[in-house]
Every structure is written in structure tokens, then in C-alpha cells.
Design a protein around this ligand. Structure first.
Ligand SMILES: [Zn+2]
Length: 182
């Protein structure tokens, strides 16, 4: 029997990479209580903002929840779907970091839920990119000094260089700022 080379015509590289990424033992815990819009569980050991799946029993669909806090060693999570059927002892499995949702011009005019799933019955949304549900907070220092608007670095009009960079919402504000300091 010959060994299959990873770089042969039937390359296994892609599959080997996928296998390496699979989390075979995701942290998991058990649901102990569900009150109103809060699901409490013993574990998994995850941080605030993490998403988990409550695995339904008897073929019930799994429910995605988001961890919002802790109390006395108990994980507190809010459901991002219908909690009907959740039972004490249900397995709750960490999904890793907070989810990304699909974004793009295809979303214009559509109605979606908190996880980006369409609610308007118009079929799937073929988005072109993804964006994290919890993006990193904006740095308050990146504020247009002329109009006071918070600006996103990548999209801002800037002057200066390095740490001395100043961010503006538009050419108009940049020109006003320049006129002031000259
Ligand atoms: Zn401005």
C-alpha cells in the first residue's frame, strides 16, 4: 500500500487543513434554568459576548444564545431565537467568538433577524461580505475636531501622519480645520 502524498493530483491538503481547524472538543455545559429571557447554565467556560448553541433533544432544533454575564459560577445567556422546548440538562456548546453576519447592498429593503436571517419571506440574502455582530468599539479619540462626529479610521479624511493624524468626516471639515490652524 502506498502513502498518499499531500501534493499529488488528488491532494488532501485542503481536507487536512479543515481537519486541523475542527474543534473536536468544544467547551460545553448544561442548562440549569431558563427564566424569561435568560438561560442559565453550568458552563461552558466562555467569555461575555461568546455565542453558544443549546442542543435540542429529540430532534428539536438547536438554539443560539449569547453570553451576557455570570453570577455565582453560573453562565447567563440571552436566547437569539425561540426558547420553547429548552429543558434543564440540555447540552450547551460554545461556538467560539461572537458571530459575523452577512452584509452588502443586497440587504437594502430586506428585513432580517439578529443573526441576519431573512424574516420577510423573500428567500435567502446573497450578501457579499461579513461584519462582526460586536465590532471593536470606536476609539473616541477619532472624532472629527470640527463637527464632533465620530469617524471610522478607514473611511475618514485625514491629515498629518503617524500618531499626529487627525480624522475628519469630510473634505469640508478638513478644509475648515486647516483654515483655523493656519
Ligand atoms: Zn465633520
Amino acid at each position: 500500500m502506498s502513502l498518499i502524498k499531500a501534493d499529488s493530483a488528488f491532494s488532501l491538503t485542503r481536507y487536512l487543513q479543515q481537519v486541523e481547524r475542527i474543534d473536536t472538543m468544544p467547551p460545553s455545559g448544561r442548562v440549569i434554568r431558563s427564566v424569561g429571557l435568560l438561560i442559565e447554565s453550568q458552563g461552558p467556560r466562555v467569555g461575555v459576548g461568546a455565542t453558544c448553541d443549546v442542543i435540542g433533544r429529540d430532534g428539536a432544533p438547536s438554539l443560539t444564545v449569547q453570553v451576557v454575564g455570570f453570577r455565582d459560577g453560573v453562565v447567563l445567556a440571552v436566547p437569539l431565537g425561540d426558547t420553547v422546548g429548552v429543558q434543564p440538562g440540555d447540552r450547551i456548546v460554545a461556538r467560539g467568538r461572537a458571530r459575523d453576519i452577512g452584509v452588502g447592498p443586497q440587504l437594502l429593503g430586506r428585513v432580517i433577524d439578529a443573526l441576519g436571517q431573512p424574516l420577510d419571506g423573500l428567500g435567502p440574502v446573497a450578501t457579499v461580505g461579513t461584519y462582526p455582530i460586536h465590532p471593536p468599539p470606536l476609539n473616541p479619540m477619532e472624532r472629527d475636531p470640527v463637527c464632533g462626529t465620530f469617524v471610522i479610521r478607514e473611511r475618514a479624511v485625514t491629515i498629518g501622519s503617524g500618531d499626529r493624524r487627525v480624522y475628519f468626516c469630510s473634505d469640508v471639515c478638513r478644509d475648515k480645520y486647516r483654515a483655523r490652524i493656519v
